[in-house]
Design a protein around this ligand. Structure first.
Ligand SMILES: [Zn+2]
Length: 412
C-alpha cells in the first residue's frame, strides 16, 4: 500500500482536509483522511510526502487532438476558421508515420506532467489508438469520421466499423466515435453512427456550433464553407443546406439521443440550450482555444445555469499554448465569474460524467480508481486553498493514474 500526503487534500470540490492523505492499494483508493488517521493503517510500503501542495482528483481533459501537438507555434492565430484548417493541412502535408507518433507521444507527456489523468482524444489516424493504448493515461479515444457526401455514407460507415473492431479496449482505454462536424459529415453518416453507437454503447462526440459560418452554411448554404469545401474537394455537387441551426440539425440526425459530448457550442440560443439540456448531452468548453479564435463570449454561464454538464478541454496545441487543464481553470478564473469550486467540478466530476467514467474517476473516494494529482502551492500568503490553487505560480508536481505513479517532479 502507498500513502500520498500533502498539506491539503481536496477529495471533491466540496470537501478539503488539512494535512490530508490517500492510501492506495493496487489500482484503487483504499482510504482517505488526515495523515494522522491514514498512518495508522498497517502494511504501508511507502509514504510520498508532497509537502506544500494540494492533492486533487486527477484532472480530466475532455477535448484534445494530441496528434497536432507538434504544430505548437507553427499555426498563426486567426479568427478565420477555414484559414486555420488550411494551415493545419499545409503543415501536415509531408508528415510521415513517425511525425504523427512523436506528436501524440509528446502530447501524452504534456498531459501527464500537467496533472491530467484522463483524456478524451480525437483519432484522425489509427496512430492515436496504438500510441495512446501504450500510454499510462486513462483515455477515451474517439475515431474521427469525415465525409459530407451522402452517397458515401454506407461505405464510410462500414469501413469505420471494420477499423473499430480491430481495436481492443482495456481498463484504461475506451473507444468512441466522433463524426467530425455538420459541415464535414452527411446526415446519413450521422444517422448510421448514432444508431450503431446506441446499439453498442459506444460513446459519441461531435464538434458543433463552433463558428457563425457553420450556422450560415447549415441554414443557408453560404459564407466560407462552400468555397473551402470545394477547394479541398469535399463539397458534394448535389449538397443542399438542411435549413436548420447546428443543434437542431443534430437533433434531426438522432444523435442527441446518444447523450453525446458536444464540443464547443460557441454559438447557441437559449432555446437550443433547452434542447441540449433535455437531451442529456454534455458540453466540452475549451476556454483558451475559444480565445485563440477570437470568438464572442462563450455561453458557459448560461449552460451551467441550465444545469448542463460542462467539462473542460484544451483542444490542441494548434490553437493553445499548453495541454494543462489547471491552466484552463486559471484562465477562466481571471475572465469569468465562475467560482473556483465550479471550475474544479468542471475539471474533474463533470469531465468524468461527460465521458461516462464517473464510477471510476473524478473524485478521491474509497473504491474509485486511484487517479490523482498534486499541485505545488505558492507561499502561504493566502489561506484560501482555492486561491492558492489558482495562483499563477501553482504547478502540478505529481500524477498518479490507476495507482501508477506517472510523474513526480523532484524539488529541492
Ligand atoms: Zn476539436
Amino acid at each position: 500500500m502507498i500513502i500520498v500526503k500533502a498539506k491539503y487534500l481536496i477529495t471533491n470540490p466540496d470537501n478539503y482536509i488539512e494535512n490530508g492523505a490517500v492510501a492506495i492499494k493496487g489500482t484503487k483508493i483504499h482510504h482517505v483522511g488526515t495523515f494522522e488517521e491514514i498512518k495508522a493503517l498497517t502494511s504501508v510500503d511507502k509514504i510520498i510526502d508532497l509537502g506544500n501542495a494540494v492533492i486533487l482528483p486527477g484532472l480530466i481533459n475532455i477535448h484534445t487532438h494530441l496528434d497536432l501537438t507538434n504544430l505548437h507555434n507553427r499555426i498563426k492565430p486567426t479568427s478565420n476558421f477555414t484559414h486555420w484548417v488550411f494551415q493545419i493541412l499545409g503543415a501536415r502535408i509531408r508528415w510521415k508515420e513517425e511525425d504523427y507518433i512523436s506528436s501524440i507521444e509528446k502530447g501524452i507527456n504534456l498531459c501527464v506532467e500537467s496533472g491530467t489523468t484522463t483524456v478524451a482524444d480525437i483519432a484522425n489516424t489509427g496512430y492515436s489508438f496504438s500510441v495512446l493504448k501504450k500510454s499510462p493515461l486513462r483515455k477515451v479515444v474517439y475515431k474521427e469520421v469525415i465525409d459530407l457526401n451522402p452517397d458515401h455514407a454506407n461505405d464510410v460507415f462500414k469501413r469505420t466499423q471494420t477499423e473499430l473492431s480491430s481495436i481492443i479496449p482495456d481498463d484504461l482505454l475506451s473507444i468512441g466515435l466522433s463524426p467530425h462536424a455538420p459541415y464535414s459529415v452527411s446526415r446519413g453518416l450521422y444517422q448510421a453512427i448514432a444508431q450503431f453507437a446506441r446499439e453498442t454503447g459506444t460513446p459519441v462526440c461531435t464538434h458543433i456550433a463552433e463558428t457563425q459560418d457553420e450556422i450560415e452554411f447549415l441554414t443557408k448554404g453560404t459564407e466560407s464553407f462552400p468555397t473551402f469545401l470545394r477547394q479541398i474537394r469535399a463539397m458534394p455537387d448535389n449538397w443542399q443546406p438542411p435549413g436548420l441551426t447546428p443543434i437542431h440539425y443534430l437533433n434531426k440526425t438522432g444523435i442527441l439521443k446518444n447523450h453525446p459530448l458536444l464540443i464547443h457550442c460557441n454559438y447557441v440560443t437559449d432555446e437550443e440550450i433547452s434542447l441540449i439540456k433535455s437531451s442529456g448531452a454534455s458540453v466540452a468548453f475549451c476556454p483558451r482555444s475559444h480565445h485563440f479564435f477570437g470568438h464572442a463570449n462563450h455561453p458557459v454561464q448560461r449552460l451551467l445555469d441550465a444545469r448542463i454538464n460542462v467539462g473542460l478541454g484544451t483542444d490542441s496545441l494548434a490553437s493553445n499554448d499548453t495541454l494543462s487543464i489547471l491552466d484552463e481553470m486559471k484562465f477562466l478564473s481571471l475572465r469569468h465569474s465562475i467560482s473556483p469550486k465550479t471550475l474544479l467540478t468542471m475539471a474533474t466530476i463533470n469531465g468524468a460524467k461527460a465521458l461516462g467514467l464517473e464510477s471510476k474517476t473524478g473524485q478521491i473516494k474509497e473504491g474509485l480508481q486511484a487517479d490523482l494529482c498534486g499541485v505545488g502551492l505558492p507561499g502561504a500568503h493566502d489561506n484560501n486553498i482555492f486561491n492558492q490553487l489558482l495562483d499563477t505560480t501553482s504547478k502540478n508536481i505529481f500524477t498518479m493514474i490507476a495507482g501508477n505513479i506517472c510523474y513526480h517532479a523532484q524539488s529541492g
